[in-house]
Design a protein around this ligand. Structure first.
Ligand SMILES: O=P(O)(O)O[C@H]1O[C@H](CO)[C@@H](O)[C@H]1O
Ligand SMILES: Nc1nc2[nH]cnc2c(=O)[nH]1
Length: 298
């Protein structure tokens, strides 16, 4: 914990990255999307793209996980300006939590007001099958509960309060809208709301851990998302999250199946079209307060 505190970033560092991006693209995004494992294709839907390798963006961490390309893509989607992370950062890669969530505060400084987070997750709920899509209603941030929180360290009041509420962190209006869109697209049978839990990873769960999570009321488990959502909520972003269920978490000693990352990516590919349709429609129909679409001065 003490080593992660020493890695806290200053407001200037976030600002420098935001200023650099604004000097390189005319897009002024209203919506940011973080793509989960195998879900990077969401960026392909953006029109008039400007894209940047993470390695070229000052201050940005690097992606090291297969299925996370490491590109930031700006573009237009259904009349809204978006920025899309093709690849996120995970704690298990060795990044501090400040690093894993660095882009979220940069997005805030770019003028983003809504964050869409997606992830690949294993299901604990009997009602969630591989290929289903869970709208995240709430989360359990296991690393956060024991003090591994991206907000640890001196609070930056310019971003948000010392003690932010998290009770309504997944926006109810957007959740209802997504369920409505699922009905219209004819995929309502694949979708339900549920609770996501973040564990540190990188190993998948033991059977005892899976049973514990199940008893605690967790519907799906993964190794990401919660820190990003905590930082986004702290700085006042509206959040929508979805988990693509890529596997059942093994809960029985009789079960000979085991999960692997290639299988996770494969389900991402199989469901890519549906996830893309859902997110596109959600962005199309969501209300945006600001209308900073393009900066003609650059
Ligand atoms: O959460 P995302 O980035 O979608 O990735 C999920 O998939 C990977 C395991 O296959 C882990 O990184 C887990 O968190
Ligand atoms: N922890 C965890 N992360 C995942 N990401 C995708 N599937 C899983 C899983 O079963 N467990």
């Amino acid at each position: 914990i003490s080593s992660s505190l020493s890695l806290v970033r200053s407001h200037d560092e976030y600002q420098k990255t935001a200023d650099w991006l604004m000097s390189q693209t005319r897009h002024r995004p209203q919506v940011a999307i973080i793509c989960g494992s195998g879900l990077g294709m969401l960026a392909d839907t953006l029109k008039c793209q400007d894209s940047f390798a993470y390695s070229d963006i000052p201050g940005f961490p690097q992606s090291t996980v297969q299925g996370h390309a490491g590109r930031l893509v700006f573009g237009e989607l259904k009349g809204k300006t978006c920025v899309c992370m093709q690849g996120r950062f995970h704690m298990y890669e060795g990044h501090s939590l400040c690093k894993t969530t660095f882009p979220v505060r940069v997005f805030k400084l770019l003028g983003v007001e809504t964050l869409i987070v997606t992830n690949a997750a294993g299901s604990l709920a009997d009602s969630l099958q591989p290929g289903d899509i869970m709208i995240i209603k709430d989360h359990v941030n296991f690393p956060g509960l024991v003090g591994l929180n991206p907000l640890s360290g001196p609070n930056d009041d310019k971003f948000g309060p010392r003690f932010p509420a998290m009770s309504g962190c997944y926006d109810k209006g957007l959740r209802c809208l997504a369920l409505d869109i699922a009905k219209q697209l004819g995929v309502a049978s694949l979708m339900q709301e549920g609770v996501y839990a973040m564990v540190g990873g990188p190993n998948f769960e033991t059977i005892a851990e899976a049973r514990l999570l199940h008893r605690l009321g967790v519907d799906a488990v993964g190794m990401s998302t919660a820190p990003e959502v905590v930082v986004a909520t702290h700085c006042g972003l509206r959040v929508f999250g979805l988990s693509l269920i890529t596997n059942k978490v093994v809960k029985s000693y009789e079960d000979s199946e085991s999960v692997n990352h290639e299988g996770v990516l494969e389900v991402g590919r199989l469901r890519s079209h549906t996830v893309q349709q859902l997110v596109t429609e959600l962005i199309s129909r969501m209300e945006i307060n600001n209308n900073n679409t393009i900066n003609t001065a650059v």
